[in-house]
Design a protein around this ligand. Structure first.
Ligand code: PLP
Length: 403
């Protein structure tokens, strides 16, 4: 039975004209308005790490909503303090040493804060003229003007030009080009360990080492965008851990508050020490409800047993996808890490893009929801709590469609 789609929606045309209307979810299964069910291998674009219908998340949110929903950053609130301390604690020894957390509401906003802090740090420590920002080919850092300016893909940015000036890009995983470009004219470099939206390529250890070395040498702030890779998605708590990346600033968002909008920009002491009151801020970021839920999410995910299960499931996914690569001529390559992996579909851009759309629709009509990354990669990013049998069933559906 084909999925029943709704159309003529009161949303801008930058969204698809026909969409599935999802009514509810339980575990890793979603139900649409007509009662049809779907196995979810997309998690609301790598957000719903703990799956759907979680009574624990609902309980934490409801209890906090009865106490206090919003108060602004003119006042402190206990859940935000607790979450900031927890984030500082779980990142220490794994990804870096941070002394403060700037909360926000989305991945783009977390990266905006990071880019602003990089420029501010360069300005206050070295004076004007050291403000350039470097991002990588095929990166995706968000759609606000600053984050978009660090997203060197014409598909996203062309109609909005001119973008923020002096934001340049360099080839991902090319240490020589990085070395040739970086100088003390730069304030920051922003990178992803797995390019979540840009085709799922992984950073090489050599490139990570070069980033560490050059950023330290020129006192350029190294920003790790862990909006998609962070908090367990790759089978480790942070993507940086896989390749030894040593960032000065890290950004988190997608899974942070269990599906509620929240982001965190991790601030090191050297940046914090040059900040003044009023340099940056937000009305909603770090509200008591989202931060209360996020503390619960992080405690759940950071549990070593939880992470070990995610890593094991990621290995199962790797094995299943490798089998598809070996047996399906139109699948060129497997990419990604842990529970953020994908298959590259053969063909030139337009043909591969059309084929990816066809595969995703066919899987949806068979009750399995997938994502895309770049134009030619089928992305699999299920809730981290997915069981082995459900994952195998979903990948089997994909394999059948590919045949
Ligand atoms: N950074 C990365 C790596 C992302 O994958 C995304 C979203 O897909 C963003 C930033 C932007 O996040 P948001 O859509 O919440 O602004």
């Amino acid at each position: 039975m084909d999925a029943r789609l709704v159309s003529n929606l009161p949303f801008p045309r930058n969204y698809a004209s026909e969409l599935l209307q999802i009514e509810r979810g339980r575990g890793v299964v979603l139900r649409d308005a007509s009662g049809r069910t779907y196995l979810d291998l997309g998690a609301g674009i790598a957000v719903n790490a703990l799956g759907y219908g979680r009574r624990d998340l609902a309980r934490v949110a409801a209890r906090q909503m009865r106490r206090l929903i919003h108060i602004s950053n003119l006042y402190a609130n206990a859940p935000a303090i607790e979450l900031a301390e927890l984030l500082i604690d779980v990142t220490r020894d794994r990804v870096g040493s941070f002394t403060a957390v700037q909360f926000g509401n989305s991945g783009a906003e977390a990266n905006e804060a990071a880019l602003k802090y990089a420029r501010l740090y360069a300005h206050r420590t070295r004076g004007p003229g050291h403000h350039k920002i470097l991002s990588m080919s095929n990166a995706f850092h968000g759609r606000t003007m600053g984050a978009l300016s660090a997203t060197p893909n014409k598909k996203y940015s062309e109609p909005f030009e001119p973008l923020v000036p002096d934001m340049l890009s360099s080839e991902y995983n090319n240490p020589d080009q990085l070395e040739a470009m970086l100088s003390d004219a730069y304030a920051g470099v922003i990178v992803e360990v797995v390019q979540g939206e840009g085709g799922l390529k992984i950073m090489s250890e050599g490139f990570a080492a070069k980033l560490n070395e050059l950023c330290r040498m020129h006192d350029i702030l190294l920003i790790a965008d862990e909006v998609q890779t962070g908090l367990g998605r790759t089978g480790r708590l942070f993507g940086c851990e896989h390749v030894g990346l040593e960032p000065d600033i890290v950004t988190f968002s997608k899974p942070l508050a269990g599906g509620l909008p929240l982001s965190a920009t991790m601030v090191p002491e050297k940046v914090n020490s040059v900040l003044n009151a009023g340099d940056h801020g937000t009305t909603f970021g770090g509200g008591p409800v989202t931060t209360a839920v996020a503390a619960h999410v992080i405690r759940t995910i950071a549990d070593p047993e939880f992470l070990a299960r995610v890593a094991a499931r990621g290995r199962e996914l790797t094995a299943m996808l490798d089998e598809i690569v070996a047996s399906s001529p139109e699948v060129v390559e497997r990419r990604g890490l842990g529970m953020l992996q994908g298959l590259v579909i053969a063909g030139d851009d337009a043909a591969a893009a059309a084929r990816v759309a066809g595969i995703m629709d066919a899987c949806r009509d068979r009750g399995v929801l997938l994502l895309r990354s770049s134009s030619n990669v089928i992305r699999i990013a299920p809730p981290l709590v997915i069981g082995g049998r459900d994952l195998a069933r979903g990948i089997e559906t994909l394999r059948t469609v590919l045949q």
